[in-house]
Design a protein around this ligand. Structure first.
Ligand code: GAR
Length: 200
């Protein structure tokens, strides 16, 4: 069967990208291939991970465009040019706008480091989500994979993993524990998602 073409959008370290690359190589993601990595940050270590894996990548800087929509329109052109079928956000720290959301409706997934709908939405990203979890004193946290729509972190959740928050946890220790779960959950969910698409 022809593999589904995936693009991964990143902004930072790219450990989730690495887990997706490993999952393609090991066959956990058996129906997809990562064809393209796009970063909005030139310093993102994720770009090095893409290079090491031999995956084409490029940088699109927000400062080169007049508006968020123009930025996303250019990104969209690149996705279409590369015949990308599914877009995976992996630590991508930008909010997507209508041109991109409309063109890839129900074809964009994101991994978020909390149990959505808790600790999601504007300002709740990366370590900030873990800081809020610790501050709230909840005893269970985790990560969620959701379909991306116009509501920030508000699209349908399709998978979650849970972990215990220990009294001695800090935002940093929690982030590490949640990342370990992210690296298992995202690849497995991506494969499930692709396989349901393929059957449609
Ligand atoms: C991950 O924890 C991811 O869930 C989170 O940023 C981190 C990126 O790490 N994403 C968000 O907060 C998106 N709202 P990585 O660059 O090592 O994959």
């Amino acid at each position: 069967m022809k593999k589904v073409k995936l693009a991964v959008l990143v902004s930072g370290s790219g450990t989730n990208l690495e887990s997706l690359i490993n999952a393609v190589n090991s066959g956990i993601i058996k129906d997809g291939q990562i064809s393209l990595v796009i970063s909005n940050k030139e310093t993102a270590y994720a770009l090095k991970r893409a290079e090491n894996a031999g995956i084409p990548s490029f940088i699109i800087k927000r400062s080169s465009f007049d508006s968020n929509e123009d930025f996303d329109k250019y990104l969209l052109e690149k996705l279409i040019e590369n015949k990308i079928e599914i877009v995976l956000l992996a630590g991508y720290m930008r909010i997507l706008t209508k041109p991109l959301l409309d063109a890839y409706k129900d074809k964009i997934l994101n991994i978020h480091p909390s149990l959505l709908p808790d600790f999601g939405g504007a300002g709740m990203y990366g370590i900030k989500a873990h800081e809020a979890v610790i501050k709230a004193g909840v005893t269970i946290s985790g990560c969620s994979v959701h379909v991306v729509n116009e509501h920030i972190d508000g699209g349908p959740v399709i998978a979650q993993s849970r972990i215990k928050v220990m009294p001695e946890d800090t935002p940093q220790s929690l982030a590490k524990k949640v990342l370990i779960e992210e690296h298992k959950l995202y690849p497995a969910t991506v494969q499930n998602f692709i396989s349901t698409q393929v059957q449609l």
